[in-house]
Design a protein around this ligand. Structure first.
Ligand code: 6PG
Length: 241
């Protein structure tokens, strides 16, 4: 289990370090291939990371942007993960439209998931049963230790074969579309950004509680993912040794 953890005094510094870590991994990927793929999460924490990524010069013409998950809402909705990235990364970094592979949250969740899986299969030229390997995967952490849109008790936490699915999140009364664990685990490099005192217990549980991914979904990747690097602020790391 390759697990790196870095703690910074403030959320801003953690976001900046995470942005640099993701960009460095993308540049490394681009040194050996024509294009690189980045899958990003949503919520509120990534805003500062997106701003930092957009501020740094990067060859975005060779980077294709995907999402780890999306709310079942239109792209203009304030809840939309695409909208957050569009405002803080895509537009300021001038990422070409052809490089942006959003999840169509305006469709029904099942239709959005089907469409996203088809787009991923086509982009990665996947054969039957094959999974995409993203170069860089950005994940967040919920206060309940969820990651992507895999919340505690979600049966798909055990799935290792699927690419993406529509899920209903009873804790939120909301439907989402999410990449599935097999894809999260396959990423070449994963950055996890968590900040704020409300994440401290989840961070402690992920690192110190016995492996129980149904209860602590973020453990499924942090215990098995490759090249996983955690970026925390002091508040989120407050319960760590
Ligand atoms: C989402 C995210 C989700 C997020 C966590 C943390 O769609 O909400 O992808 O997995 O990373 O919920 O969200 P915050 O950054 O808002 O705390």
């Amino acid at each position: 289990m390759s697990l790196e953890r870095h703690t910074y005094p403030t959320a801003q510094e953690a976001a900046r370090a995470c942005a640099h870590g993701a960009l460095a991994a993308l540049e490394d990927a681009l040194s050996g291939q024509a294009v690189a793929t980045l899958a990003v999460s949503g919520g509120s924490t990534p805003k500062a990371m997106f701003d930092e990524m957009a501020a740094r010069s990067g060859d975005w013409s060779r980077i294709h942007l995907f999402w780890v998950d999306e709310r079942a809402v239109p792209p203009t909705d304030p809840q939309s993960n695409y909208r957050l990235a569009e405002e803080h990364l895509i537009r300021p970094a001038r990422i070409p439209h052809a490089n942006v592979h959003r999840i169509h949250g305006e469709l029904t969740p099942q239709a959005a998931a089907r469409r996203y899986v088809d787009e991923i299969r086509e982009f990665f030229s996947l054969g039957t049963g094959e999974l995409p390997q993203f170069d860089v995967m950005h994940r967040g952490l919920g206060a309940d230790a969820h990651t992507a849109s895999l919340f505690p008790g979600q049966p798909l936490i055990e799935d290792r074969d699927g690419i993406a699915a529509a899920v209903h999140v009873p804790q939120l009364g909301q439907s989402r579309i999410t990449l599935l664990p097999g894809v999260l685990l396959a990423a070449r490099h994963t950055v996890v950004l968590a900040a704020g005192a409300d994440k401290a217990e989840a961070v402690r549980a992920v690192f110190h509680e016995p492996y129980a991914p149904s209860r602590y979904p973020a453990q499924m990747v942090s215990h098995h993912g490759r090249g996983v690097v955690w970026y925390l602020d002091a508040a989120a790391a407050a319960l760590m040794d």
